[in-house]
Design a protein around this ligand. Sequence first.
Ligand code: PEP
Ligand code: MN
Length: 346
Amino acid sequence: MAVTGSPELLIVMSAHATPEEVEHVVDRLAEAGADAHVTPGREATVIGAIGERDALAALPLEGYPGVEQVLPILKPYKLVSRELSPDPTVIEVRGRRIGDDAFGLVAGPCTVEYREQTLETARAVAQAGSTMLRGGAFKPRTSPYTFSGLGEEALTILVEAREETGLPIVTELMDPRHVEAVLEHADVIQIGARNMQNFTLLSEVGRADKPVLLKRGPAASIEELLMAAEYVVKEGNARVILCERGITTFERATRYTLDISAIPVLKQETHLPVIVDPSHAAGRRELVLPLARAAVAAGADGIIVEVHPRPEEALCDGPQQIPVADFPDFADEIRTLAHLMGRQIG
Ligand code: PEP
Ligand code: MN
């Protein structure tokens, strides 16, 4: 039977349920044409059941051995909701972690412009203890007359930077035609703010075997961001990192308005890690550190910041990039604040 419904039920197993009892529930769900998402929690295993409402209703789930409770999932987002997984999701890439007690410091140039610019930045951010390296190969630009990235050539430069520094690389995927190239080279696939509701692209990366960094659209609500993440997770890719990067408001003093409240709200609503991009929100480098501090204090699981050896020469987003020379102090301060919040840089 085709699964056309949405996940409807949360089946909470008792703390003492055996793996066989969990399997039994999953098998019965499968027989009813439903899909089961098993989340082993610290306290108990939770099974999210996706399927036809009527088929699910016909199962005597509460009577199965090991089942403690059966609850409807009331939120429109299901698989990403806190209800499904009370424990935080930790994303691990090449031994680097983001989520729970691991704070992600992702840093690097806005755009891969040329080999030396990227390598110099990569060395500096690695030296300062960053978790991952960012760098755009395919750039979404407001004006079609501006530099839109080196494309596949940039991917090979990023790979060289990873080989030298060991840092996993995060880069944006804009077009399904580049999926293969980006998947082959990147460690984390970034879906940019402008593509947050590109549903075919979301489903595409949902079938990929790489974590996804999903940025909030500048005009998207928190619920829309979570629904976008649901598109990815629904396809089977549970490794999604959410990113608040500022929203459009009437305010003109900053490039966007960083929605600090999105951090605690998201942390309440989802088990996925939530990071903050103070660079694009601010648009001005002198605001990046204060906004990053606020993000750490509000409970973010990480930040992603733009760093350039000579921002005044940058081909994209120069005013908001932190000079390489200033990055060690920046990283030290973030590390200290993260410690205060009970986090280690992952
Ligand atoms: C970026 O991170 O390079 C970027 C373009 O950000 P956003 O999609 O948030 O505008
Ligand atoms: Mn940028």
